[in-house]
Ligand binder design. Structure first.
Ligand code: HGY
Ligand code: MN
Ligand code: MN
Length: 433
């Protein structure tokens, strides 16, 4: 039943924001995003869940049949088990990064209800807004503002490629920027957060397993490099008279790759803006965005410092747009979920459930940094590719993910917390993938 529900929801989402080449453009607060938000609201309503939007616009669909309201339950120490993910995408992204977690969460609720369990604490499905930061530049903006890790006024002033501010985008979507900001009331309902996500590497393919538990997220950040130049004619300006902003930028791309190799990190310059952008005009300004990550925070920081110094020779200014330190998911919670998943094989045949680190950022990481017990499940991706239309998960693995998530939520909402082993940790078996 939950598998049929999964398939039907997946089919509903398939056309939303799909562009040529099979990828998706689902950017925060655009028409496509509003369609997805509407879909989320309908799925909540269809199930009789209580739809709440926090002050940032993150959506929460609460299931609580117990006495009183969700807030009454919270007041008596029964904080909710929250599951979900995001529905937005990177430019030309895949179908799975984000939606897999949201759709699986609704399907898991269906499975739990069909099994007749009576949760002792409220359960919510979330859709965190603007996880990818594709439009305004800062990833996980929804969870960062919610938890106070990104000041609301800074978020509201961010601009998209057309110069529209975040505040404009909110107004355009019928929301009031004045009420945008951290939301203690929404957060007070969160007992723990479990995000299911498509794997963004090939570890599970290599290990031959459909589902893993996450251990940690690499430290990562985004930096903007602004290179000044002088516009002039591409045909009449002598080479020695030029101030070509593109030359510094070209050096940034190559230096980022060389520095990342030297320091054992990864670095990407995936976005560039050239002014004035004419084939026959010398660039007067180039802005390049660097994404740098690695297992070792010190090395990532040193890499960016090296690049900043080197680009200073081209009079380039480097601006840190976001930074996320090393994030470790809650060891007790992750261990507990792993035990639950292993036990699904029955007493004689425990399932093997790998523990994986990741180089990708997630709202779960932001909530973990904010101090909420947080864990993640990964579902096998046979291509290992992500942020691309080639991102994939087989339908059987998606269904397996739903069953795994439902088993975890059943345990968390019906068993006393003492099944957790205090002080236990989950160690990754593979390099971040
Ligand atoms: O960019 C990231 O790591 C993530 O997919 N938001
Ligand atoms: Mn992503
Ligand atoms: Mn994601």
């Amino acid at each position: 039943m939950s598998s049929a529900a999964f398939d039907s929801m997946w089919a509903d989402l398939d056309p939303v924001g799909r562009v040529g080449g099979g990828g998706y453009r689902r950017f925060a607060w655009t028409r496509e995003d509003l369609t997805l938000r509407e879909w989320f609201a309908q799925e909540a309503t269809r199930r009789g869940l209580d739809l709440v939007e926090d002050r940032v616009g993150n959506q929460w669909a609460w299931w609580w049949d117990g006495p009183g309201s969700v807030d009454d339950a919270v007041a008596t120490g029964r904080q909710g088990v929250v599951i979900g993910s995001h529905l937005d995408s990177v430019p030309d992204g895949g179908a799975f990064d984000g939606p897999l977690g949201v759709v699986s969460s609704f399907a898991a609720i269906d499975e739990l209800r069909a099994s007749g369990i009576v949760p002792k604490v409220p359960i919510a499905v979330t859709n965190f807004v603007d996880e990818e930061g594709a439009r305004f530049g800062i990833a996980c903006a929804g969870s960062r503002v919610l938890t106070g890790q990104l000041p609301a006024d800074r978020a509201l002033a961010l601009t998209d490629a057309d110069g529209r501010t975040y505040a404009d985008a909110l107004r355009n979507a019928g929301r009031d920027p004045d009420s945008f900001g951290p939301d203690a009331e929404a957060l007070a309902r969160v007992g723990c957060y479990v995000e299911l996500h498509v794997e963004q590497g090939r570890a599970l393919v290599d290990l031959g397993e459909p589902v893993a538990v996450a251990s940690d997220i690499w430290p990562h950040g985004r930096w903007r490099f602004d290179f000044p130049g002088e516009a002039n004619h591409a045909g009449t300006t002598r080479l020695e008279d030029r101030r070509d902003a593109m030359l510094g930028y070209a050096e940034l791309v190559l230096a980022a790759r060389a520095g990342a190799t030297r320091r054992g990190c990864v670095a990407t310059v995936g976005k560039v803006r050239v002014t004035p952008g004419g084939v026959n005009a010398i660039p007067s300004h180039v802005t390049g965005w660097l994404d740098a990550r690695g297992a070792d925070e010190t090395q990532v920081r040193a890499l960016v410092e090296d690049l900043t110094t080197q680009m200073g020779e081209h009079s380039a200014a480097a601006t840190e747009e976001s930074w996320t330190p090393t994030t470790r998911f809650d060891g007790d919670l992750s261990h507990r979920l792993r035990l639950v998943l292993q036990a699904r094989g029955g007493s004689d045949a425990q399932l093997s459930v790998p523990v994986l680190g990741t180089g990708a950022g997630h709202d779960a990481g932001i909530l973990a940094t904010a101090g909420y017990p947080t864990a993640m499940l990964f579902v096998r991706n046979p291509t290992g590719i992500s942020h691309s239309p080639a991102e994939h998960a087989e339908v059987d693995d998606c269904h397996e993910g739903v069953h795994a998530l439902a088993a975890c939520v059943a345990d968390l909402t019906t068993q006393p917390a003492s099944t957790t082993q205090p002080g236990s940790t989950t160690q990754p078996e593979k390099d971040p993938a």
